[in-house]
Design a protein around this ligand. Sequence first.
Ligand SMILES: [Fe+2]
Ligand SMILES: [Fe+2]
Length: 152
Amino acid sequence: MDPSQIIEKLNDLIQLDHDAVGAYQAAIDRIDVESIRARLGEFQNDHRRHIVDLSEQVRRLGGTPKERPDAKGFVLKGFTAVTSMMGNEAALRAMQGNEKLTNSSYGNALRENWPEPIRNLLERNFRDEQRHLAWIEDALRNRIWEQTGAHV
Ligand SMILES: [Fe+2]
Ligand SMILES: [Fe+2]
């Protein structure tokens, strides 16, 4: 890939991470179990770190990193909005869908021929995404919001 292609593909991932940060915020606002909110807040921070690290690579290549998503909301097709109608389970299900999207997007991106330092970064981010999805799927399987105290 030439630098302009690399910049474009990194910006796609930055956009995805911006959307993930927004979706996590909506989910955190809906969920009423403190321990789940705390965990989702950690995942949200992972996505913020992805944005910072990917943006640094874009600047290094002379590009301009994508900024916050515009007011229209999710730019990337496939993200599920977490709405005020949702309770704990529906919000977690929406985030499961969103993390499936982040996982498939990072998985697809890794098929490209990246310079080594960028590949290492993308693999690190992908491992975060896999961890996020696995946790959410466990949480849904075990219906952790129903557990008394919900220590998760
Ligand atoms: Fe991410
Ligand atoms: Fe994630």
